[in-house]
Design a binder for this molecule. Structure first.
Ligand SMILES: [Zn+2]
Length: 138
């Protein structure tokens, strides 16, 4: 997928994972449209996500709006994403500080391929969706 001019903040999941840079969102076949979109193409564990349901139950869009943030579930996500060099809690703290749109602009820079300049790099696989350039050692 080519990096668009503007990445909509609806792609920032309630837990702080940026769905834009997800391997499933960048997939050529049956891409997922993100946590907050429909279930089409969505991985099973994302369909039955505790954090998403928790936010819905509390009537909030993202965990940073919750008094209990970062709760044990947030910290569990944090641990799961450590291997990718991504911090969902850090993402939310940053987004809360600078605003969603500014955060998404930073993320657009972060996941743009430095090799071809067009493609988006998967945070899970560290590979550009357009040219296949591998980032770092992942
Ligand atoms: Zn590339």
């Amino acid at each position: 997928m080519r990096v668009p001019e503007h990445i909509d903040s609806s792609l920032l999941a309630p837990c702080g994972v940026n769905c834009f840079a997800c391997y499933k969102h960048l997939a050529a076949k049956k891409p997922c449209c993100g946590c907050l979109a429909g279930d089409e193409g969505k991985p099973g564990h994302c369909r039955t996500c505790f954090i998403k349901e928790c936010c819905e139950g509390k009537g909030i869009a993202r965990c940073f709006e919750c008094a209990e943030f970062p709760c044990p579930e947030s910290k569990r996500m944090e641990r799961n994403y450590k291997k990718y060099g991504v911090s969902p809690v850090g993402n939310l703290v940053r987004a809360r500080a600078v605003g969603l749109d500014a955060f998404m602009r930073e993320e657009r820079e972060r996941w743009s391929c430095t090799s071809c300049g067009r493609g988006a790099v998967s945070q899970h696989r560290g590979v550009c969706s357009e040219c296949g350039h591998a980032v770092g050692s992942r």
